[in-house]
Design a protein around this ligand. Structure first.
Ligand code: ZN
Length: 398
């Protein structure tokens, strides 16, 4: 029996259309294309030029002042961070430019890479207090395997904790302001309806969970796992150990008026490359000495050994890999032409993330044969064809 696989993918259009400006296609979940075949991320990029950033800065200062600790004697803002360039930039700017007292909150990656852990340590050493959660290793690995098998993405279990753990800490320490970096939905081609939204309210937008978290919250996953997987048993879990994967108690959130998480990119003209320069200079952020597999870049999504597999599975499911994601940003920013981007995609997109492959198998406790069976179960016949021994995309970008 399969977990609700189809419902998670059913809104993807059958006919593949590529954005005429960048290299994103309409296969990306929740993306919208206009009648000229321009994607919502490109349209948002144009729209950003018309935003009155001065006005947004005033709004930003007002928000900070409303939350600033009066005697500078307590934390006044939570910044979820695992040490990446974007959250390092947000935390550092809030503290050193705006005089806030941020508390960093880290939901650990499935497995830190050496460079990821180094960057995390460097961020802390640059002057921050942090609460770092490492979930129960046995449970976390079983859930990651379940998510890999049933959602085609082991990373999903990380995302649940990354989303909810900061909210738990906000309630615990009564910190009413939470700042994430960007709203990926508007920056990187998703749902344009959240443009001009400074925050998400997890109580008011309960639908948000369904929409952005693959409609797969923890309880339904576990229920499915206990019923259908021999490696998951009811006795493996108790509710305290599952707490941080779930939304906190709604009544308590209402009572304490803590239910919003704000997006830094609503207030600031967000630019990942500029964030990288800022973090290098101010928090000692280091890029990888070599490019990440599947792309040419050296400074994005470096901290988790499973990052490469997360992007690879997106490539399998939607025909959109890590290189496509990178070049599309850079085309929008004017750093690359579409032709140059296309050449990079042809060169790197198909590369398998070999570097941590064995770690991934060990972490999930699966064999190579099972791994490929699962990968191929996510390969849509709509997007892929087999030529000899090689899988090829039927409708590659051109
Ligand atoms: Zn586009």
């Amino acid at each position: 029996m399969k977990y609700k696989k189809e419902s998670h993918l059913k809104n993807i259009p059958r006919k593949v259309v590529w954005c005429k400006r960048c290299l994103m296609s309409n296969q990306r979940p929740r993306i919208k294309f206009d009648r000229n075949d321009i994607c919502s991320a490109c349209n948002y990029h144009d729209y950003k030029k018309s935003i009155n950033w001065k006005k947004r800065e005033t709004e930003f200062l007002r928000l900070l002042d409303a939350h600033r600790s009066k005697k500078n004697d307590d934390w006044d803002v939570i910044v979820p961070s695992s040490g990446g360039k974007d959250s390092s930039f947000v935390a550092h700017e809030l503290k050193y430019k705006y005089g806030m007292n941020p508390l960093l909150v880290t939901w650990s990656p499935l497995e830190y890479t050496d460079i990821g852990l180094k960057n995390y340590n460097r961020l802390i050493e640059s002057g921050f207090s942090c609460i770092k959660a490492d979930p129960n290793g046995i449970i976390h690995r079983k859930l990651a395997r379940l998510c890999f098998e049933e959602l085609g993405d082991a990373f999903h279990i990380f995302v649940l904790g990354q989303t909810y753990f900061p909210m738990h800490m906000a309630l615990k320490f009564n910190i009413k302001l939470i700042f994430y970096g960007e709203n990926g939905e508007v920056e990187y081609a998703g749902d344009p309806s959240s443009v001009d939204k400074p925050y998400n309210d997890v109580i008011k937008d309960l639908k948000w969970q369904k929409k952005y978290l693959k409609n797969s919250e923890l309880n339904s996953l576990i229920k499915f796992g206990i019923k259908n997987k021999d490696y998951i048993k009811k006795t493996d879990f108790n509710s305290s150990e599952l707490k941080f994967y779930n939304l906190p108690d709604i009544k308590e959130m209402r009572r304490k008026k803590i239910s919003r998480f704000y997006f830094y990119n609503y207030f600031k003209n967000w630019n990942p490359q500029e964030n990288y320069y800022y973090a290098s200079e101010n928090t000692g952020f280091l890029p990888n000495p070599e490019r990440s597999e599947g792309t040419y870049s050296k400074y994005s999504s470096l901290d988790d050994k499973t990052d490469g597999m997360h992007f690879y599975m997106r490539y399998i499911k939607f025909g959109l890999g890590r290189c496509t994601e990178d070049v599309s940003h850079e085309i929008r920013e004017g750093h690359l032409t579409r032709q140059e981007g296309l050449a990079l995609v042809k060169k790197y997109e198909n590369e398998f993330p070999e570097k941590y492959y064995q770690d991934f198998l060990r972490y999930l406790n699966i064999s190579q044969t099972d791994f490929w069976k699962i990968v191929d179960s996510w390969r849509s016949s709509r997007l892929w064809k087999k030529k000899g021994n090689q899988w090829q995309l039927k409708f590659p970008a051109k």
